[in-house]
Design a binder for this molecule. Structure first.
Ligand code: 4AD
Ligand code: MG
Length: 479
């Protein structure tokens, strides 16, 4: 009989025929009359139960059927008498692919801490929690591509190795083939990058935006979806050194169109997960409920995971300007009582405590903040007529903070050049970017969504290291 994924088998309406299931043993339970084996192959959160008669198989074989072992079971698919599943397999043959010594296999059928599981990231996809997260992550990635494809965007593959610093933040990983023990030097004693692989300094990209803009000014609407690298030394639950970013860029879009797209897009992908990841979300919702029970009452969330997701999908995001947000914050209780760690005044870069107050306490829903002071935003953002602010937008989510950052772009060459000089960027390196403003410049806008922050929100997990298969963070790049 051919091999079917467990997900498909569990949906069988017909029984009586012979099937083969292959997967990893989750648990084995032995009673006098029967041996129950719960098998999982990763296709679904649910296990299939196989039932074997004790005398039917050699004791040596059954001894090796332990948690983590990989086996194939052939037998008749029958209606299950036990609760919890509709069908099960009456085993007639068990084939052992690979045993897993119970003395050494680290994943035993009990609750492991997320910290411990991070240390065994090579095995954690075999747990219910991580397999659910990875399936949801896949569904969200698929939804991202589907949304843009269905809406006339083209997927543009922007380079990972770059010689420009898109965000001007300078937190980049260098790419080099120079011999670090024997660096070539120029006459002035500086490192001679002309001898390096690319004949110049090169880095891993912090954003595909600048190349994305080139695409939008030719194809109309594009998006990028690729790995992004930031060498910031932020050891937080929201930062990775390697993360995936989705960056749409649209010709003829202004700030308002950009906001409308961002809101419609995130709602679509969250709704996609609600519609297509029902079992995995239900599992994670329960997991979260259990975890919340161990917390203090005031730290418990008043909404379940699914309620939170539905709330975001069903309600308009609150839109306001940075200046309006500063007014709200200055008049807030925590500001008056001196409870904010960072003082609030016009011009500051909002701290996570301020963003969380606005989203979680004041508006109690996602917020889109616009028109930030130009001094705290990147050089490419379109300047407002007041000369003080730029057409920036950040989307802030409950429990996450900033999930999207974007803007309308400066399309006026003179204004862009002035800004480039003000912030001290060498225009020579950006000659190709500037040519789009020289030849056929057009209003355009775009944004970047941090994919892991989205997965974090949808799964209800608390640490970004747990929503990417193999996290890269300061001092950690195992696996
Ligand atoms: O706000 P950022 O820095 O914006 C840009 O890079 C623009 N070029 C985007 C654009 O307009 N095309 O980053 C965008 C998003 C953030 O809102 C956040 O969700 C995520 O990327 N992000 C990170 N996610 C995980 N780890 C990090 N270290 C992140 N830094 C940013
Ligand atoms: Mg940002």
């Amino acid at each position: 009989m051919s091999y079917l994924p467990i997900k498909q088998l569990l949906q069988s309406t017909e029984t009586g025929h012979e099937v083969t299931v292959k997967g990893w043993v989750r648990t084995k339970r032995e009673s006098k009359n029967a041996i129950f084996i719960a098998l999982n192959d990763g296709s679904t959160i649910h296990n299939i139960q196989a039932v074997a008669e004790p005398g039917q198989f050699s004791e040596d074989l059954i001894k090796l059927v332990t948690t983590g072992a990989c086996i194939a079971i052939t037998g008749q698919l029958v209606e299950s008498l036990g609760s919890g599943q509709s069908v099960e397999v009456k085993a007639t043959n068990i084939h052992l692919y690979g045993p897993a010594d119970p003395e050494k296999y680290p994943l035993q059928p009990k609750r492991h801490s997320l910290e411990f599981l991070r240390e065994i990231a090579h095995l954690r996809p075999r747990t219910n929690t991580f397999s659910a997260i990875l399936r949801i992550r896949h569904a969200l990635a698929f939804a991202v591509n589907k949304y843009f494809n269905d809406n006339g965007f083209f997927y543009l593959h922007t380079p990972i190795i770059t010689a420009s610093d898109a965000e001007g933040a300078g937190e980049m990983f260098r790419v080099t083939t120079l011999d670090l023990d024997n660096l070539p030097h120029t006459e002035e004693g500086k490192i001679d990058f002309s001898e390096d692989f690319f004949g110049r300094e090169a880095n891993l990209t912090v954003s595909g935006q600048l190349e994305g803009e080139l695409g939008a000014l030719a194809l109309g609407k594009i998006y990028t979806f690729g790995p992004t690298f930031r060498a910031e030394n932020s050891n937080t639950t929201r930062h990775l050194a390697e993360f995936w970013m989705i960056e749409p860029e649209m010709a003829f879009y202004e700030l308002e169109d950009n906001m409308n797209l961002a809101e419609d897009f995130v709602k679509y992908v969250i709704r996609y997960a609600l519609d297509n990841c029902t079992d995995d979300l239900a599992f994670l919702e329960n997991r979260l409920k259990e975890e919340e029970k161990t917390r203090k009452k005031e730290e418990q969330s008043d909404m379940s995971l699914l309620e939170k997701l539905r709330f975001v999908v069903d309600n308009d995001f609150q839109r306001l300007t940075y200046t309006e947000a500063i007014d709200i914050l200055m008049n807030s209780k925590p500001a008056k009582k001196g409870q904010f760690q960072f003082e609030v005044k016009w011009g500051i870069d909002l701290q996570s405590e301020h963003e969380r107050y606005l989203v979680e306490k004041h508006f109690k829903k996602p917020v889109i903040l616009t028109n930030y002071p130009r001094e705290i935003k990147a050089f490419y953002m379109k300047q407002d007529a007041d000369g003080k602010t730029v057409r920036a937008m950040d989307v802030l989510f409950p429990g996450i903070g900033e999930i999207i950052g974007g803007s309308q772009r400066e399309d006026d060459l003179d204004k862009l050049m002035t800004r480039i000089h003000e912030v001290g960027i060498e225009p020579e390196g950006l000659w190709w970017y500037l040519e789009t403003r020289k030849f056929g410049s057009a209003p355009h806008a775009g944004f970047g969504l941090g994919f892991e922050r989205l997965v974090l929100f949808v799964t209800g997990m608390g640490n970004i290291r747990d929503v990417i298969p193999f996290p890269r963070t300061p001092k950690s790049a195992d696996f």
